[in-house]
Write a protein that binds this ligand. Structure first.
Ligand code: SAH
Ligand code: AVI
Length: 339
């Protein structure tokens, strides 16, 4: 399809022809509560106790994450931004997208300079579990880009990519910040295969990945001196208290970051400081913790170039460009369908 021509049917909403923001809520508050309930029951009665990191991101969790991105120890966002500033505009000019899908878009700040360099983009599709942050971001974007329409998909990118609307011309899928590293390898493989289905001939993936490095640098990034990452980690207990009527005392759990060099990941844990019984009333569940008992709340995998090439190939994707910051901390990867 020639750039700039889009089928009229590709833009819902038919009921609001002048609307420039359309939000498709695939995970509403009830669905989110149901999946949290299942994950808490399964994860906190298993050994080791685990919780998926997607529950960090209610409005407070997203605000805490935004603070993390400005911490001196958390180099990831700055390193990625250095690459985006140096190469992002030229990349977008070369890829010439009409349609941009951004996974885990959050506050959608990184996309703005990229959209500025890609005047043919007519539609931006952020996909995120956090509806509040997405709504605010969509508002800012339509003011900044008068020709842009925003189709927000509030959903879980591990399950809901089938609900991404059909492409409006050439597409770039953007997945920044190394959020891919928060998926465990089997889930990551499944996810990349479903992401591949969003791409046709001439489309591209722009992927940000954090690189393996000195464990001391990694540890500091996940255990900052100001305690913001600790508050972000404990936020998941506040979410469970509110959503499932539980009585965790988050301050009685210590934030622990561990670098697992063999597995190329940083783990975040919450470790009980005292013996306690926590009741999760919505699940009719009592959880006993002894001092030192641990909840594994996040893995943040770190990558190498050969590892990324293998991972992409297993999802029928081929590496195009590999761009790093001058300190080789972070990589911005351009990939395309391999077949
Ligand atoms: N892209 C931004 C934000 C990264 S924070 C950046 O690079 O700075 C991770 C984002 O992914 C958050 O906005 C969070 O709400 C979202 N997220 C995490 N798990 C998700 C999931 N399973 N499905 C959809 N969004 C998810
Ligand atoms: C969103 N994600 C890539 C962050 C990370 O680095 O794994 C989340 C985070 N966890 C602790 N600090 C930041």
């Amino acid at each position: 399809m020639p750039a700039g021509n889009f089928p009229a049917s590709a833009w819902p909403p038919t009921s609001e022809p002048d609307a420039r923001i359309h939000v498709d809520v695939r995970v509403d508050a009830d669905a989110r509560r149901r999946s949290l309930a299942e994950d808490v029951r399964r994860g906190l009665t298993a050994t080791p106790r685990r919780l998926p990191p997607k529950y960090f991101y209610d409005a407070s969790g997203s605000a805490l994450f935004d603070r993390i991105t400005r911490l001196p120890e958390y180099y990831l966002t700055r390193a990625e931004q250095v690459i985006l500033d140096a190469r992002g505009a030229a990349l977008m000019r070369a890829l010439r997208p009409n349609d941009v899908v951004e996974l885990g878009a959050g506050s959608a700040t990184k996309i703005r300079p990229l959209l500025r360099a890609a005047p043919r983009v007519r539609r931006y599709v952020p996909v995120d579990v956090d509806e509040t942050t997405m709504a605010a971001a969509a508002d800012v974007l339509i003011r900044a880009f008068p020709a842009l329409r925003v189709y927000g998909l509030v959903g879980d990118f591990e399950r809901d990519l089938v609900h991404v609307p059909a492409p409006m011309g050439r597409r770039v899928v953007v997945f920044l910040g190394s959020t891919l590293g928060n998926l465990e390898p089997p889930a990551r493989r499944r996810f990349l295969r479903s992401l591949r289905r969003l791409l046709g001939t001439g489309d591209h993936l722009l992927l940000g990945v954090d690189l393996m490095k000195d464990p001391r640098v990694l540890h500091a990034a996940y255990d900052d001196a100001a305690g913001v990452t600790a508050a972000f980690n404990r936020n998941v207990l506040h979410v469970i208290n509110r959503e499932l009527d539980a009585d965790f005392l988050p301050d009685q759990f210590r934030h622990v970051a561990r670098v697992n060099e063999a597995a190329k990941r940083v783990e975040m844990h919450l470790v009980a400081e005292k013996a306690q019984v926590v009741s999760v009333r919505a699940l009719d569940l009592a959880l006993r913790f002894e001092p030192g008992d641990d909840i594994w709340t996040e893995s943040s995998y770190k990558f190498t170039r050969p590892g990324v090439e293998t991972m992409l190939a297993s999802a029928d994707l081929a590496l195009g460009s590999w761009l790093t910051d001058p300190d080789d901390r972070f990589a911005l990867v351009v990939a395309r369908p391999a077949s």
